[in-house]
Design a protein around this ligand. Structure first.
Ligand code: NAD
Length: 293
């Protein structure tokens, strides 16, 4: 079987084309979609993610500012910082880069972002809207996965879908969305996690697998059904002395072993990751539009 490689780039380019029109419309009304990104501490990976997000914003004529706070920032001062951004009309979206240093309670702090500026879709109000089938902001990575499925015409209706991983950021929202009565949903969804007995049993019977686990190459070809579709969300660094950096990035899926067996698979890198940034742009443009009404 020929396996289709579900590259993120063409999907992202199409979405950016559509966004350009919306951005020009907003500009006619002197509105430039703007994102405030907060990083607490010195995590190199977080800084890299945020700078790639900032680049994507400026390429499309949007604005973003990165606020770097020291790693010993207190919960109180971080909440005050967020409150100032909530009240600052210049910014339509606020992104709090995770993970936060250990002394900060992520769930508690995320509640302080104004739900109308919560472009990462992690505020409980926005997660509640997803559960109720009336999403306001869908977290960027699940939204990116759905856009990939849509672009490549992968039918979800009536399909057996296995989501692996139950984070608020990826697993739970995508499992909820794909089980609901949406054009990209109507699947029969099983949510697997660390306490799932015999993961193999579920993956082997799935028409579509969404892997959001954080374990390099966990899903092997003997765990999947021939002709299934695989969306690999994982981004894992593994040692590789043959590369200049000494490491390489792999997904949660043993990509090479899937080729020839499954109908389609996303590559890592080059699949879902690129979509996450694009959907952040999209959510920020939507936020700017909604706030202009
Ligand atoms: P997380 O650590 O919050 O959640 C991981 C989930 O996987 C947990 O719910 C856990 O129950 C489950 N899990 C762990 N080991 C398992 C196992 N052996 N079997 C079954 N389930 C298992 O992670 P997350 O934030 O959801 O991210 C998951 C992965 O996706 C990570 O590699 C992360 O880097 C990546 N990620 C990628 C993007 C992107 O843009 N592509 C965005 C967010 C996260």
């Amino acid at each position: 079987m020929e396996t289709i490689i579900l590259k993120g780039k063409p999907v992202s380019l199409k979405i950016k084309d559509d966004l350009s029109l919306k951005i020009s419309d907003l500009k006619k009304n002197n509105i430039i979609p703007s994102l405030a990104a907060i990083i607490v501490g010195d995590d190199a990976a977080s800084k890299l993610y945020v700078s790639s997000k900032a680049k994507a914003f400026s390429k499309l004529g949007c604005h973003s500012e990165v606020f770097e706070l020291p790693s010993d920032t207190s919960e109180h001062s971080l909440k005050e910082f967020i409150e100032d951004l909530n009240n600052n009309d210049k910014f339509h979206g606020i992104l709090l880069q995770l993970p936060l240093p250990k002394h900060l309670n992520e769930k508690d702090i995320l509640k302080n972002i104004s739900p109308s500026k919560d472009v990462d879709g992690l505020h409980p109000e926005n997660q509640g809207y997803i559960m109720q089938g009336d999403p306001r902001f869908i977290p960027c990575t699940p939204l990116g996965c759905l856009k990939i499925l849509d672009y490549y015409n992968i039918e979800t209706k009536g399909k057996d879908i296995v989501v692996i991983g139950r984070s608020n950021l990826v697993g739970k929202p995508i499992a909820s969305l794909m089980s609901q009565n949406f054009s990209f949903g109507n699947g029969t969804v099983t949510l697997c996690h660390t306490k799932t007995k015999n993961l193999h049993f579920y993956t082997k019977n799935a028409d579509i697998i969404i892997a959001a686990v954080g374990v390099p190459n966990l899903i092997k070809s003997d765990m999947v059904k021939e002709g299934s579709h695989i969306i690999d969300v994982g981004i894992n660094r593994i040692n590789d002395p043959t590369t200049q950096k000494g490491y390489k990035v792999v997904g949660d899926v043993d990509y090479e072993s899937m080729l020839g067996k499954v109908a389609s698979v996303t590559p890592v890198p080059g699949g879902v990751g690129i979509m996450t940034v694009t959907m952040l742009l999209s959510n920020t443009v939507d936020a700017a539009y909604n706030q202009s009404l």
